[in-house]
Design a protein around this ligand. Structure first.
Ligand code: TYM
Length: 330
């Protein structure tokens, strides 16, 4: 079986360091090993209300971010989900074999529905069937994501197996790929919740577009744990563990090495050094995002080529799916 990698991000806002460490950083490495398809999932984004003009801006910002972090369009295909209509079509078909009880168990749905109790659309509920379509349409073998998407990838596997049993072998069973450390980056202002684009306070996250002063301010104000030892211990030291994890990903230095360096030093020293490391790593990404946004021609070229490459695979796969299910005419 040929390996193929697919993943995506919702263009609901700028991306943050959690998205970067949990997902995009893995993508940059994987693209040297497998053919990769990275989509911008705008159909998923509209499962909560979006301003149409801002959504299109966010789609381009997300594309610029993919390229700025090091996705190489010569190796990888970057495309917009809604431009390949087969995603929506397969999402519908898979929705017909997805059980309500399975969707009700999804923690992302439960969290989002709780926050918008008076305004939960059907699309928010069936979101995982569309995500399964994104993945299964391309015979994806590897899905690099953060921990919060593991449940959706598990459900994708269940749906694929069910389809194969009912209609005959059609879909490859994909596997999630998550970081050993950093699959769940926590909020700087509250290490008990994940870093999130939709956090109420901007102190929760570091956006990849934050300027140097903002990055420094957010890190210096980050919540810390009681005691003063700088050690990696997710249970007893969740805040320090989170800072060390971010440090590790920004510099490539091992956690052990960082613990040694900060032995006997204070939280203030750790934060100062971490702020320098994040600025050194995120600064160039931020500047490249701005460059790509200034030159939309290059972005358009990449998105056109990505769409065409994705379309080719999607067309072939959907012909088989329609036949297996018995849709349309022979
Ligand atoms: P989204 O847009 O919420 O997040 C994009 C990616 O970032 C990861 N992530 C994190 N990783 C570590 N720590 C965090 N605090 C953190 N926050 C977010 C997410 O796990 C994700 O990998 N449903 C998906 C988008 C999607 C998708 C797909 C992904 C749609 N179709 C097909 C893979 C394959 C989502 O909402 O990601």
């Amino acid at each position: 079986m040929k390996s193929l990698c697919l993943s995506g991000v919702q263009p609901t806002n700028f991306l943050h360091v959690g998205n970067y460490i949990g997902a995009l950083k893995q993508w940059v490495e994987i693209q040297h090993r497998f053919p990769c398809y990275f989509c911008i999932v705008d159909l998923h984004a509209i499962t909560v209300a979006q301003d149409p003009k801002q959504l299109r801006e966010n789609v381009l910002n997300t594309a610029a971010t993919y390229l700025a972090v090091g996705i190489d369009p010569k190796r990888s295909h970057v495309f917009i989900q809604s431009e390949v209509h087969e995603h929506a079509e397969l999402g519908w078909i898979l929705g017909t074999i997805t059980r309500i009880a399975e969707l009700e168990r999804m923690t992302q749905f439960k969290d989002k529905a709780k926050r918008r109790a008076d305004n939960v659309g059907v699309g928010l509920f069936t979101y995982p069937a569309l995500m399964a379509a994104d993945i299964l349409l391309y015979d994806t073998t590897v899905v690099p994501v953060g921990e919060d998407q593991m449940q959706h990838v598990e459900l994708t596997r269940t749906i694929a197996r069910r389809f194969n049993t009912t209609f005959g072998d059609t879909f490859v069973i994909p596997q999630a790929l998550i970081q050993k450390q950093g699959a769940r980056i926590m909020g700087l202002d509250d290490p008990s919740v994940k870093m999130s684009k939709s956090a109420t306070s901007t102190m929760n996250y570091i956006a990849l577009t934050d300027d140097d002063d903002t990055i420094r301010k957010k890190i210096m104000r980050a919540v810390t744990d009681s005691g003063k030892d700088i050690v990696y211990d997710p249970d007893k030291k969740p805040a320090v563990t989170n800072l060390l994890t971010i440090f590790h990903h920004m510099t490539g230095r091992t956690i052990k090495d960082l613990e040694n360096e900060f032995e006997g030093k204070g939280y203030g020293d750790l934060k100062k050094a971490l702020a320098d490391a994040v600025i050194a790593h995120v600064g160039p990404i931020r500047d490249k995002i701005a460059e790509y946004r200034k030159d939309p021609k290059e972005l358009m070229r990449v998105l056109d080529a990505g769409r065409d490459a994705a379309q080719e695979l999607a067309t072939t796969k959907m012909k088989i799916v329609r036949e297996r299910v018995g849709l349309g005419r022979a």
